[in-house]
Design a protein around this ligand. Structure first.
Ligand code: ADP
Length: 676
């Protein structure tokens, strides 16, 4: 029920009180029948009573109504059962995704740990000096499937605790020798993770509160209500299980867009039999977007986390926090601490949304984060994340995935039947080469969708005669129009002062050009192309290196006198940074100053030192794939990256010549052609 709608209703209504009365009546019913914990129910009742006394014309009345509706609609106790069939999970991951071997392996390990943790027996120690009470408890709990050991007094219980592992102690308070309170204190030393529930008579409620202060998880009044016993033990078991499970680091999928991060997240949810939700954090500017606004003004809203939980209707979904590296630069508050609180199972069992204004237990949620660039994340957050890298796909993988997954899915989603459309291998390659230029599959899937959409229209127009459409290279061009990408880097010849570089960005590896020119001036180095400070320093280093080693390259040592040098990195509007363009810049300068054109179909990546050494860089596989996409067949990488090159799979190196170099001198003839 929205606020504005409600106001309108009140103004128009001739009998506002009566109508609001029936509304409250309904709400009362909802509050009374809602499956909510007692503490929540008490707060809801209080709020309801406040509303019943309030003038319905007041804005606070509507705020209160909306709030109560929200509270009772939350899935406070609604959990879906985990389906922990390991074989089933393995099959889902395997059949829904091609390749991604190490990703699948890591996820299966993660699920294996979950399965084992949840199967572990829950061992309870029952302590009571009254034999009948002890035996009764033992009987009831065993019947619930728990493993139970009984002890007749505190001392026996401690002995048992020293010998074995217990998840929970259920102890009477009043006992001879050592009472429950003493046992509680001693047990906290011997086994700090064991939870303790105190059983007290009515007369000793104040000691029960004392027990809670000293670290007991709960207390149960005597005579024990069996339902309450079952639910208390069940909740403790559930909490311990989820803490145990989620204690492992939070998974964070990192990689370029379109490499299957979301899709694997969905498969994990399916494998576990859980619901899946996803929110994108790109551009998030305010903590309140996540945690909600305080309920002090009209229009205040709950945060996105709790809103999504309400929408899925269970409190243990697989929850994907997409693009946590893209939180707005101007974020108010400390993003790391907000996320740590949301993600840490010790803290998130009492997650506070400002609107809801009471703790909600998020500890059963399985959070998965995704990020394109891990380096952007603050250190404390990185420490808590286990990063799983999603690599870009090789051309061969893209072809396979298109045939096995993307095409059948798009054909189906466009109302066509399997067998009505067939793509030739050439057509798929054509779409990949000429219509996409990306590490992932988003553009490719979009182009395939466009083809299917256009064919669906043709299919309807030619209803009778349609048998089967074979999509070949010509048809691709007819349907998608002229090619979107040309491979001018690879096809272009050698050019003076222009070299080809490989860089790593959030979209995967990319191919860039570096242009250098010399003109009359006053010894200035002009740098353009949205360059960050690191890349600017690389350019300075490259220039100093060339000036100090001019003679080695047969360059006039005074070339800078009376001149300016301008280095530009197109595309000018795309921000660029990082040290790996150093060698590419140096080679552009050497080409310019020696008059030897640089071969554009040789791509370079490496950090340069002042003495001309080439230092290793990161993202070798992604850079190699970028070269492959641009049809550049020869790549120069630092010698220090040999280990990365040696571990590349065949698909990534296919058709590529990789030259490893440790200093600039050794690559002159590979990059530079003869003097013009
Ligand atoms: P991301 O979340 O990394 O941006 P998506 O999960 O949205 O990427 O993937 C884009 C598309 O490519 C989806 O349709 C997905 O199903 C498909 N896809 C990605 N990787 C694979 C794979 N290994 N096998 C099959 N389909 C894949």
């Amino acid at each position: 029920m929205g606020f504005f709608k409600k106001i309108e209703k009140v103004e128009k209504s001739e009998e506002p009180l009566e109508e609001s009365g029936s509304e409250l009546l309904e709400l009362r019913k909802a509050v009374e029948s809602a499956k909510v914990p007692e503490s929540v129910s008490a707060i809801a009742q209080k709020e309801l009573e406040r509303l019943e006394k309030m003038d319905p014309g007041l804005p606070e009345y509507v705020i209160g109504l909306n709030y109560l509706e929200f509270v009772v609609s939350l899935p406070w106790q609604n959990l879906s059962d985990d389906q922990l069939d390991f074989g089933h999970a393995e099959k889902i991951l395997e059949t829904q995704h091609h390749g991604l071997k190490h990703v699948k392996e890591r996820i299966l390990e993660y699920l294996a740990v979950r399965t084992l943790c949840s199967r572990r027996d829950f061992h309870i120690l029952v302590v009571d000096d009254e034999e009948i009470a002890r035996t009764n408890l033992e009987y009831v709990l065993k019947k619930e499937g728990y493993q139970v050991t009984a002890a007749a007094n505190g001392q026996d219980a401690l002995n048992a605790l020293q010998k074995g592992e217990f998840e929970l102690i259920l102890t009477d308070l009043k006992m001879e020798k050592m009472d429950g309170m003493q046992l509680l204190e001693a047990a906290k030393h011997v086994s700090p993770t064991t939870e303790i529930v105190m059983i007290t008579g009515y007369a000793t409620v104040s000691s029960a509160v004392d027990a809670l202060k000293k670290g007991a998880a709960h207390y149960l009044p005597k005579p024990i209500d069996l339902e309450e016993l079952r639910s208390t033990v069940g909740q403790i078991r559930e909490k311990k299980r989820s803490i145990q499970i989620t204690k492992s680091p939070i998974l964070c999928f990192s990689g370029p867009p379109g490499t299957g991060k979301t899709s694997i997240g969905r498969s994990i949810a399916e494998a576990l039999g859980r619901r899946f939700v996803r929110i994108s954090l790109a551009g998030l500017r305010d903590e309140a977007e996540l945690r909600g606004h305080r309920r002090t003004y009209v229009g205040s809203m709950p945060g996105r986390i709790i809103t999504e939980i309400r929408r899925v209707g269970i409190r243990n979904p697989v929850f994907m926090l997409d693009e946590i590296d893209k939180i707005g630069q101007d974020f108010r508050g400390d993003p790391a601490s907000v996320f740590l609180e949301i993600l840490d199972p010790e803290q998130n069992s009492r997650f506070m949304d400002h609107y809801l204004d009471m703790p909600f237990d998020l500890s059963s949620v399985l959070f998965i984060a995704t990020a394109n660039v891990m380096e952007r994340l603050p250190e404390p957050l990185l420490d808590r994340l286990e990063v799983i890298r999603f690599p870009g796909y090789t051309e061969e993988e893209k072809r396979q995935i298109s045939k096995e997954y993307l095409i059948p899915r798009q054909v189906r989603e466009h109302g066509l039947r399997h067998g009505e459309i067939e793509f030739t291998d050439g057509a798929v390659s054509r779409v990949i080469w000429d219509y996409t230029l990306e590490a992932g599959l988003r553009g490719l899937e979009r182009e395939i969708a466009t083809i299917c959409r256009k064919l669906a229209k043709i299919r309807l127009q030619t209803s009778g005669e349609w048998q089967k459409a074979v999509v070949d290279e010509q048809l691709v061009e007819r349907l998608l129009g002229p090619r979107k990408y040309t491979h001018e880097t690879a096809d272009g010849g050698a050019r003076l002062g222009v070299t080809t570089g490989l860089v790593w960005t959030e979209f995967g590896g990319e191919i860039i050009s570096v242009e250098a020119t010399l003109m009359k001036g006053s010894q200035q180095l002009i740098l353009t192309g949205s360059l960050g400070s690191v890349i600017r320093e690389s350019a300075q280093t490259a220039l100093s290196f060339v000036r100090s080693h001019a003679r080695d390259f047969a360059i006039d040592p005074d070339f800078f006198e009376g001149n300016d040098i301008h280095i530009h990195l197109p595309a000018g509007a795309v921000p660029k940074d990082g040290p790996s363009a150093g060698v590419t810049i140096a080679m552009a300068l050497i080409s310019l100053l020696t008059g030897r054109p640089a071969r554009r179909n040789v791509a370079l990546s490496g950090e340069l030192t002042l003495s001309g050494m080439i230092l290793p860089v990161s993202g070798i596989r992604e850079k190699l794939l970028a070269a492959q996409r641009a049809r550049v067949g020869r790549v120069i990488f630092p010698q220090g990256n040999k280990i990365d090159v040696d571990t590349l799979e065949e698909g990534a190196t296919k058709g590529m010549e990789i030259v490893l170099a440790s200093d600039v001198g050794s690559i002159l003839d590979v990059v530079l052609a003869g003097k013009e």
